[in-house]
Design a protein. Sequence first.
Length: 696
Amino acid sequence: MYPTVRGLVLPLAIAISIILAGFGSARAGGKTAFVEIGFVGVPPLNFQNVLLNVQAIRINPKANAAPNDPKWQKIGVPAGIGQGGNGTPELQIDLNTSQNIPQLFNTGKVKPGTYRIAQLLLDPNNPGTLVPDCPKAGTPEGCINYPFQLANPGSPINLVPAQQPLLAPSKGKLSQLVIQLTMAINTAPIQPGGTYTVTISLGTVTGPLGTVTGTVSTGSGGKAKHVRKLAVTAEAIGTNTEIASAPVASDGSYTLLLPAGNDFGTPNDFGTLYDLAVAGGGDSYGAARLPKLTSLTTITQDFKLSTNQTLGSISGTIKDNCVANLPIAGATIQLLIPPSNNPLLSDGTGDCSAPANFGECVSVATANTDNAGDFPLPGSLSTPAAFDSVPILKSGTYTMMVSAPGYDSLFTPVNATTGNKSGGNCSAGKTVVPCNLFLSTGYIKGVIPITAPIAGETTLVQVFAEDTGTNNIVSALPMPIIVRSTSSNTVPFTINVPTEPIPPATTGPRTFDLFATTIDLFQGVTDPYQGHKIAVIPDIEGPAFSSVQGACNTVGPNGVSSPDTISCVGHGSITGTVANADLGTSVVLSKEDVQITNTAVQNQAPNMSATNAISFCIPGDDYTVQRMELPTQGSTPPLMMPTPMPVGTPAAITVPPAPLAGGPSPTPTPAAKCPTTCSNVGGTCPGVCNNVGTVL
């Protein structure tokens, strides 16, 4: 919800969101049941990513059902997910990130009944990808993509539990099926970019899901026509990231089954934190911030809404305050209201725009701008745009927050309007002020030294800005900078950054850390991890705020220069373990006090074979890794999203550059392009990458 955060603010956060377009009412003619699918991963060891391209799960009442049996019930990917290699929508899941907290796949409608078999459907042409950590000498390259194929291609991947039935969903009710995906390596490739052969097996898991249930005291069940059905949506705390949604039944009840951390039996340990937003059906909005949800437990949250509301719309245009008539594409617009369990917020006003209340409100509706800066994007017949059916408040206003990477967030009072004044009123008064808004920004100009690529090659450089001392990415270049062999030995850049102080502060300069990475290729395919050094520019005081149209301030380029040179060093990795890790533990990797990336600790207790493993794929260089811990969670809802804090002393780690391979070409021109990420002047290539181990 609030300014862009890349860091693992909540390491328990779910890997994907489930947006159930056209979910509809739970009544659905009384002949429909709902099944929610989730995955828990058991990946092989020593892999940075274990990615599966999942197209569907299907279930059948007969344990020995034939592939063409008409009783198969298919639960595909959520609506709006991109197409796979064979034109079928698919969702990519990472077994590494779902070892402790399940990754939701989707909720689908099925016929009520008893089911005895489940089947996993992967992309038949491209079932997935493996990215190993850097290997020992003499084995293929690490930190690159490797395809895999199944040991028995074409054979179904079935789950037939010994304890039958598999599940028995009943009409109008929500059932869960959490499937444990285990991958074993059969054969490894003998050359970089070759193919692994793997075996995938399925099992069932009890939990780790928690239940949120309650009643919505309207009884409408989403009866209003041509608007979204009344539903309760769980969001990752302090964001507008939808995790799962449940319709409100005709009796006013709802049930959500949500991924949840295990609290290990202690009252102040870790669960998973959610916000609830209630919207649709022609009723007023509702919101709540929940206490921690733990595995196999239930939270009851009731809502009291006003029914039969007059609905209006909110629309407008978002433009740049510094460049005349420049639309901002991809801006996010949200309606915020205080949660019902903390309606007055910290300062006692209930004002979601006050800095003292920053992060305490809940997003109940979201819109985005198109390439012309206009919002909302159009909806569909089954799922109208949220901003096209907003309950009109008879008194007071909503708080509307507008944000975009690199810009200052804007908060404005707003109410929906209808008729010849439709489009919303972005003011607290009765005079309608159209929602045509401008976002302010500032600029940082600088240079980064680089070793130019050899003739015939190019290097793409991307620059990021984050708040100093954090992993909170606030901006990136809209397009990477292309560096050629004929380019100069520096990369000039201009990046826009927000100028507003970080709430709850209201004054003072905002400072940033900058870092630059490259986009490299391996065997002609985009490499997930670069082979060039990462250049950093720490602790730059940002430009001053200006609200005057066109009078936006700039810092640099003098004094804004990296001490590092982007050069070709090849892949590298850091692997290790974290002692006594829990679900609040994460690890941050930094260079020269600039945070580059972070990771949750994988495979923790209560997993039977907990390893507390961490891994980073990074180019050879000097780094530090720092353990981070979330504060423990009590039994009451937190005011805002918790922030991890450093624990212990950071460890300094040097990853040696990959050894050189090849040699000078016998002709005056350099040797052929390296199959690895980059070439060196003189024709040498980075060889097999190095790995360094650590214990935190």
